[in-house]
Design a binder for this molecule. Structure first.
Ligand SMILES: Nc1ncnc2c1ncn2[C@@H]1O[C@H](COP(=O)(O)OP(=O)(O)O)[C@@H](O)[C@H]1O
Ligand SMILES: O=C(OP(=O)(O)O)[C@H](O)COP(=O)(O)O
Length: 398
C-alpha cells in the first residue's frame, strides 16, 4: 500500500482524509472517543507538515439524508479539543458550505465535512452515482489519505471511488491496523476462538461461513445468538432475529459439525419485557425464552461457560458485545467475555478486539487496554481481513 510519504511535499496542499468517526453517542455526548483519538496521528502529521486537512467521515446510518441526530458537530468539537485548535465543520458534504470551509483553510489547519452519509450517493450500489460524489469530494482536494480503518470493507464513494481520482495513500491508522491484524490472518496459533455478538447481525453472519474453515471454536452471543437459537427450533420471543437467515444458520451448524468446529451458544439469557423496560425481567434458560420477552444479554452461566472456552486458546478474535452493555443490567456477559480474553492473553494468547462498540465496551467497562494484544477500530473490517477477504478500501490503495 502507498504511504503518506508517496504524496511528497504536502505543504499548502489540500489533503482529503477519510476517517472513521462513527463514535457512540448519548444524545450529543460522545461516550467513547477512541476512534477520534485513533485518527490523530495522521491528522497531526499532515497538519504539522503544513497541509490543509479536509476530513470526511460518517456517523451511524442516516440513510442518505441529513438528520440532525447524526450530525458530526460533537465530533468536530472533540477533535478540536484533542488537536488543540478549532476544527471548522461544513454544514454540507460537498456543497457551498464545504467549498467555503475548504477555501478558508490555512496551512496546517483541519476542517471536517458534515456526515458523508447525508448524501445518498455515498453508499449507492450504482457505480456512476458513487463516482459523481467522489468527483465532488476530489474537487475539494489535491490528494487523498484513507485512514478510516473501520470502513475499508465498504465500497463507498469516500472510501473507494475517491481514491481512484486523486494521488492516494494509506494513513497511519490503516497501516498500523493491517500490520497488527496480519498476525492472525495467515496461520493463527491454535486453538483459535472467534467470539461474535453485537447488533449488525445480517452483516456479520456472512463472515461465519468462512470462519468455519479457519477457527476451532465459535462463541456466539449478543443479538447474533437468537438466529442460532431459532435455527435450532427454539423460541426467541421478541429478540433480534434475522428470519431470512435461519436456513443459512442451519447450514452453518451442519458445516461446523462436519468440520469439527465447536459452536458455543449461551445456555441462559437475561430477558426483559421490552427493549426499553426499566429493569430486566430475569434470567431464563436459552431453550425457555418466553414468547413475550426480549433477550438483552447472555446469562451468568453462559458468561462462565464462554470464559472457560477461552481459557486454553492461543488466538482470539472478538467482535460484538454479548449484550446491551451500555446499560449496567445487561453488561455482565460482555464483562465476563472481556475478562476471559484478558486472562487468556495473560497466559500468552494473541487477542484482537474489533469494532467501534466492542472497543468502547472494553474501555467503558473499565478494562485496561494493555490486557488485549490489539484493539482494532474496525469490527466488520477486521473480521473480513481475518477471513482473508480483499477489502475494496485497501486494494484501491495498492
Ligand atoms: N441482545 C441484543 N439485542 C439488541 N442489541 C444488542 C444485543 N446485544 C448487543 N447489542 C448491541 O449491539 C451493539 C453493538 O453491535 P455492533 O455494531 O455489531 O458491534 P461493533 O460496533 O463492536 O462492531 C451495541 O450497541 C449493543 O447494545
Ligand atoms: O462502526 C463501524 O463498523 P463496526 O461496527 O463493524 O466496527 C464502521 O464505522 C462502519 O460502519 P457501517 O457498518 O455502518 O458501514
Amino acid at each position: 500500500m502507498k504511504t503518506i510519504d508517496s504524496l511528497g511535499e504536502v505543504r499548502g496542499k489540500r489533503v482529503l482524509v477519510r476517517s472513521d468517526f462513527n463514535v457512540p453517542l448519548d444524545g450529543t455526548t460522545i461516550t467513547d472517543d477512541g476512534r477520534i483519538r485513533a485518527a490523530l496521528p495522521t491528522l497531526r502529521r499532515l497538519a504539522d507538515a503544513g497541509a490543509r486537512v479536509v476530513v470526511t467521515a460518517h456517523l451511524g446510518r442516516p440513510k442518505g439524508e441529513p438528520k440532525p441526530e447524526f450530525s458530526l458537530a460533537p465530533v468536530a468539537a472533540r477533535l478540536g479539543e484533542l488537536l488543540g485548535a478549532p476544527v471548522a465543520l461544513a454544514e454540507d458534504v460537498t456543497g457551498p458550505s464545504a467549498q467555503k470551509v475548504v477555501g478558508d483553510l490555512a496551512d496546517g489547519q483541519v476542517a471536517l465535512l458534515e456526515n458523508v452519509r447525508f448524501d445518498a450517493r455515498e453508499t449507492s450500489k450504482d457505480d456512476a452515482e458513487r463516482a459523481q460524489l467522489a468527483g465532488e469530494l476530489a474537487a475539494l482536494a489535491d490528494a487523498f489519505v484513507s485512514d478510516g480503518f473501520g470502513v475499508v470493507h465498504r465500497k463507498q464513494a469516500s472510501v473507494y471511488d475517491v481514491a481512484q481520482l486523486l494521488p492516494a495513500a494509506a494513513g497511519e491508522l490503516v497501516l498500523k491496523e493491517v500490520e497488527s491484524l496480519s498476525r492472525a490472518t495467515g496461520d493463527p496459533e491454535r486453538p483459535y476462538a472467534v467470539v461474535l455478538g453485537g447488533s449488525k447481525v445480517s452483516d456479520k453472519l456472512g463472515v461465519i461461513a468462512n470462519l468455519l474453515t479457519k477457527a476451532d471454536r465459535l462463541l456466539i452471543g449478543g443479538g447474533m445468538v437468537f438466529t442460532f437459537l431459532a435455527a435450532k427450533g427454539l423460541e426467541v420471543g421478541t429478540s433480534l432475529l434475522e428470519k431470512d437467515q435461519i436456513d443459512t444458520v442451519k447450514g452453518y451448524l451442519a458445516t461446523a459439525e462436519e468440520n469439527g468446529v465447536e459452536i458455543v451458544l449461551p445456555t441462559d439469557i437475561v430477558v426483559a419485557d421490552a427493549f426499553d423496560a426499566p429493569a430486566p425481567a430475569g434470567v431464563v434458560a436459552a431453550d425457555a425464552i418466553p414468547a413475550d420477552k426480549i433477550g438483552l444479554d447472555i446469562g451468568p452461566a453462559s458468561g462462565e461457560l464462554f470464559a472457560a472456552k477461552l481459557a486454553d486458546t492461543r488466538t482470539i478474535a472478538w467482535n460484538g458485545p454479548m449484550g446491551v452493555f451500555e446499560r449496567a443490567d445487561y453488561a455482565a456477559g460482555t464483562t465476563a467475555v472481556a475478562q476471559g480474553i484478558v486472562d487468556a492473553t495473560a497466559k500468552g494468547a494473541f487477542s484482537i478486539v474489533g469494532g467501534g462498540d466492542s472497543a468502547a465496551a472494553v474501555r467503558v467497562l473499565g478494562f485496561d487496554e494493555a490486557g488485549f494484544s490489539h484493539i482494532s477500530t474496525g469490527g466488520g473490517a477486521s473480521l473480513e481481513l481475518l477471513e482473508g477477504k480483499e477489502l475494496p478500501g485497501l486494494t484501491v490503495l495498492s
